[in-house]
Design a protein around this ligand. Sequence first.
Ligand code: GLC
Length: 415
Amino acid sequence: MIINQYIRDFENLGLGMFVHFGLYSILGRGEWVRSLENIPAEEYESLTDRFDPKEGWAEELAENAKNAGCGYITLTARHHDGFSLYDTCGLTDFDAPHALCGRDIVKEFVDACNKRGLKPFFYHTLLDWHEQTYRTDFKAYLKYLRKSIGVLCKNYGKIGGIWFDGMWDRPGEDWEEDALYATIREFQPEAMIINNTGLDARGALGHIELDSVTFERGNPKPINLESSPKYIASEMCEVMNDCWGIGFNDLNYKSPAMLIEEMVLCRRTRANFLMNTGPRPDGSLRTVDRGIFELIGRWMEKFGDIFRYAVPTSQAAVLEKEKDFILEKDGKFYLFCFGLPTVADPNVSGRVWADYDVRIKLKEPTTGRIAVTAIDTGESLPYDLEDGILTVHGTPFKFGSNLVVRVIEITIGGK
Ligand code: GLC
């Protein structure tokens, strides 16, 4: 099986920021607003007269991503409404340089990413509500699509990858994938090529050029690579509330604790976590979105290196627990512990400590020295070893801290 280094590098990024930003952001009713509300084309397209992200929007965005511990950002260079945030160089007038702002928004984004060592990725729609040929002359449309991708691959330096979405709109159609992906490989041989399989076919493998499968809003599962000539990564994208583009009245936010759990659980199968935000019309992040990224950043500050680089192992397995799991890095094991409570005086925390034991089956018998350490506090944790089962006795979080998931380092036999 071929293992491409750029795919390994992608896995090591671990966490990405997904950004849904476009004309729909002005209306604030999600990125599907044009289609769901049957807004007449002309009316929707006149939103270009109001599209004017503030100067520095990309810097702010990238700064938030960096502080959250992200390694990449995936921006909607063009979403289903057909509006391009990049200069299409004459392919269409329906792009940012022809809108009120008169600027190349993708260029600003790429510069802000590069400045901070973040890899820029482009989300690109396959279906198109704007382009006539999508309905009237599909072959001509595909040429337009490939030329668009060519522009993105040629004009912005080295990119992290392209993330396609929308093939499910015409499932029986020949999308000429060979030619589409060849356009990318020609100019960006090491770009990740991803094609979202949506909610119905999470984790499904596709064309041989694809480098990662997707799990949209779903629990990543191990993928079966038996018939695949090359190694393929996994990525799960998640939305904070119900829509990807900003919904001014979409208050249905998931809790930061839940999102941190989901993010960490991705690593059980080494999947990346792509956390979405829909910026305001001026490109700034909503306070709540910024806050969630800030909390994710707190977790990543403590455990980011383990999150990024530790890998699944066959040398140790957690028994009985639903979520807790174990990874390996540089000969050490890392136990991810879910659901440890905060315990203090019962009058303030309301909790009484009940033992939290994690039983781990070790593949190799060991008689060597064992050290079990909570990474966040540095405290040594008690353990027992019996019949090849290592039992780690967890301790609660102290009042004033609860990291949702704690990572515990286990060193065995003087490794
Ligand atoms: C769905 C939606 C789209 C969104 C995407 C994110 O495919 O159609 O609006 O961009 O999910 O994964």
